[in-house]
Design a protein around this ligand. Structure first.
Ligand SMILES: Nc1ncnc2c1ncn2[C@@H]1O[C@H](COP(=O)(O)OP(=O)(O)OP(=O)(O)O)[C@@H](O)[C@H]1O
Length: 248
């Protein structure tokens, strides 16, 4: 099986800081691959380079066999690479459904052909409702985003990323700022989403990571010190020493 996303020799420096250091990594179709590592390890910088917001200094990124290293964010999104979280994209004055419709429309603008506007709108609306249902917000479609609970807003951000029917979803700390109950709900949601979309997950919530991930990569100072199944990562001495704490 060939990789959905292939990262080769990726490098990123900020002044004297090496945020991404000779990183080579394959993300396989259908897997949920988590990236963990201490604060400042380079996780968000990596996501930024994959989504197209940050230009790497060296190395290459291939997605679905195509070199995307130099492509801008929108072109990557059209190819099926979507990013969610740590970017506040929800429009508070619009309903949940309207937010998803706008996200779907932004991704799929060409479906609004002037001779078939009603049909196109119906299809888009059906898609948006299906996506809201997928994230457990179907019953909240008509509620303004501002009136949604924090956890529901995060579910909505996920729905907006899914609206473009991505092949690869980049999730940057979906549990950030959540209470324990909301985290559990988001973990269950991601467990349901798994397999329908390949997911690259950056997350500090280790319970969620070890429950959800098929494979985990541990970053330290921008380098991948280990990649493996949750069991292999748990047992890896270098990981325990560098990150999890040798007594964990
Ligand atoms: N725009 C920037 N300018 C300068 N240094 C930066 C910039 N962005 C990131 N860095 C530095 O690069 C390193 C990696 O940062 P990054 O935010 O990617 O780490 P992280 O693993 O996502 O951290 P956290 O877990 O705290 O979110 C850090 O040392 C950070 O200070």
């Amino acid at each position: 099986m060939s990789a959905l996303l292939s990262i080769q020799g990726l490098e990123k420096r900020f002044g004297g800081v090496t945020a991404t250091d000779s990183l080579t990594l394959d993300i396989m179709p259908g897997e949920l691959h988590a990236i963990i590592g201490p604060n400042g390890a380079g996780k968000t910088t990596l996501i930024g380079q994959l989504s197209g917001e940050i230009a790497p200094d060296a190395g290459s990124i291939r997605f679905k066999g195509q070199a995307i290293t130099a492509l801008p964010v929108e072109r990557r999104a059209l190819l099926g690479l979507a990013r969610s979280f740590q970017i506040t994209s929800v429009l508070q004055g619009f309903t949940a459904l309207e937010n998803v419709l706008l996200a779907a429309q932004a991704h799929d603008g060409h479906s609004f052909r002037f001779w078939k506007p009603v049909l196109a709108e119906t299809t888009l609306r059906d898609t948006a409702m299906a996506v809201l249902d997928q994230v457990g917000l179907a019953g909240r479609a008509a509620i303004p985003a501002a009136a949604l609970a924090h956890g529901e807003q995060r579910q909505l951000e996920l729905a907006m990323a899914l609206a473009g029917k991505p092949d690869l979803l980049l999730l940057d700390e979906p549990m950030a700022g959540m209470g324990p109950e909301e985290s559990v709900r988001m973990t269950e949601l991601l467990a349901r989403l798994k397999r329908s979309v390949t997911i690259l997950l950056v997350e500090h919530d280790m319970d969620a990571v070890f429950r959800l991930a098929d494979r985990i990569t541990v970053l330290v100072y921008g380098s991948a010190i280990a990649t493996g199944t949750p069991d292999a990562i748990r047992a890896d001495e270098s990981v325990r020493a560098a990150y999890l704490g040798s007594d964990s």
